[in-house]
Design a protein around this ligand. Sequence first.
Ligand code: ADP
Ligand code: MG
Length: 652
Amino acid sequence: MSDTVAPGPEKLQYQTEVKQLLDILAHSLYTEKDIFLRELISNASDALNRIQFEMLTNQDVTDADAELAIWLEPDRDAGILRISDSGIGMNREELVTNLGTIAHSGAKAFLNGVEPGETSVEEIIGQFGVGFYSVFMVAKEVRVTSRSHRPEETAWTWISDGGSEYELVPADKENRGTEIEIRLKDDDSDFADAWRLEEIVKRHSDFVSFPIYLVEPVEPADAETGEDAEETVEAEATDEDGAGVSQTKLNSQTAIWRQTPSSVAEEDYNQFFRQLALGADDPLLHIHLVTDSPVDIRTVLFIPPKRPDDIFMAHREDGLRLYSRKILIQKHNRDLLPEYLRFVEGVVDSEDLPLNVSRETIQDNPATRQISQTLARRVLRELDRLAGRDAKAYDRFWDQFGMFIKAGLATDFERRDSLIGLLRFKSTKSGDDWITLEQYAERMPANQKSIYYVEGPDLDAARRSPHLDYYKAHDLEVLYFSDPVADAYLSMSLMDFREMKLVNVDSTDVEVPDTVSDEEVPTEAGEALQGLVERFKEVLGERVEDVRSSSLLVENPSRLVYAGESMSRAFERMSNLMGQEAPQQKRILELNPDHELVRNLKARQEADPADPLLTELVEQVYDNALLLEDMHPDPAAMTERILAIMVAASRA
Ligand code: ADP
Ligand code: MG
């Protein structure tokens, strides 16, 4: 015997965040309580995947020959449900870390910031799932007895009533794996009904790849009357007390991705997705691909219905499930698809996958390289097809994931053309529809040589842009670049389309058809504006690059033009986004000689060159232009001047 004293029963405190979560669960009015079973089965299935993977290289485990399965054993009379698995198991320390703390850093941060009344279980599920602790929605008390696969470990029982502490007691469990005994709350005793369990498993866990058995005592009368004749009674055995039990398999275990695509019904894909994503919504699109050459690939990929809230968080666990010969070798693979397609979910099964998949092995291994090429190409192609087949569905895709396609354009030069085909835009002529660059190019006049876009912090602001005056008046279409991040990337990475330059209509390199530049052909009104222009220059001084009269304005009195090319404009915006304080290129203030305000200012200037109100008005014209460019450093500072102008305007 070893001389170390085995630790005895002990009470331990939950980590603060777990207490918070348990408190939220205890006070929840969430009605979909049956998801607790899905969560526990999912954990059991994970544990089975892990032992299966371990045994590929290590046979020295407890119970090496045990069947890999999950058992549900309801006891209606006692109000108890037992869920057990022959998975990897947990030792004492693992019980403490896995069931006493929350490892998920995002969940921890989230829970730290909320009071119990402030958040709901739905919200938590939406953010990161509740996992194991969801059992406390239905349990008075939970006992988890587990024996690790490591032969030297002994079994332990973890006991909790969902309060602030839990207990650990040595146990004498002989076989490997985990058994969860749930003492059900009185209102939730139906979870000990066999029919209820069967229904929940079908709905939430049918595709789990290990058998899920319902274990029931065999009543001698049943056997004789043959009541159960239609059920697939897989086995009959005797339990510890010597009484007979029957095992009925509840799930179909279908590996849907290994089937012929034509044999799988739409609803099966949807159900598989819901079970895979542990969610309630159907996917936007599924992609089922089965090929043998040049590499073996069996895959079902999904475009989820929504962009997950935490998709940009570093801690997010996403990626594809990788199987090789039906064994799960990686749960969250991020290397088989390019980074910008990280919203794609699904399963990839291939005999050509190395058991140890890492970024290096993907690049070094011709088979994995081939697989990842095929997957990326296929995803983009299916998205393109979706657009052709169901424009509404594609619009939903674009709304949720368009920014990823734009990001892809900045990084994936190999698939540039496919990505450009997937781009959608709103424009001055598109109304509520989305258009492609192709559509834009098709309907533009023959003498138009470039593609126009206007930027704005959002769509409404972009629509109000004074830079659009000329284009609206001349019936020229302009694209809206109104996503401050994604479109900043886009303007950097999409410089041309079909040899036509994409130009920002606020820049000096924009060429309008049959160019009528005010510098070349000054209008009469423009020439006559010289005095006022000088006054503007005097007042604004170094703040502007230049002040000039413009023939490109119609409805607006003024605008600020970027004194450079679209490309350096895009670069400036990008640098600002990345937090680099790039020196801002000064703007040119353009005035509309035909606008009533400008005409009035001119008259004032001529009547009394020293008019103090004129200075205030010049300042305000400049501030308005800054506001429209989303460049005003301190809008509130204008109130005083606006007040003075209002006082002057309101004089009877
Ligand atoms: P998640 O499954 O997202 O990791 P859970 O709260 O569902 O979170 O489970 C917490 C952890 O407890 C799991 O990661 C796993 O390590 C452990 N665990 C839970 N159930 C089992 C089980 N049946 N067998 C082995 N480990 C388990
Ligand atoms: Mg889980």
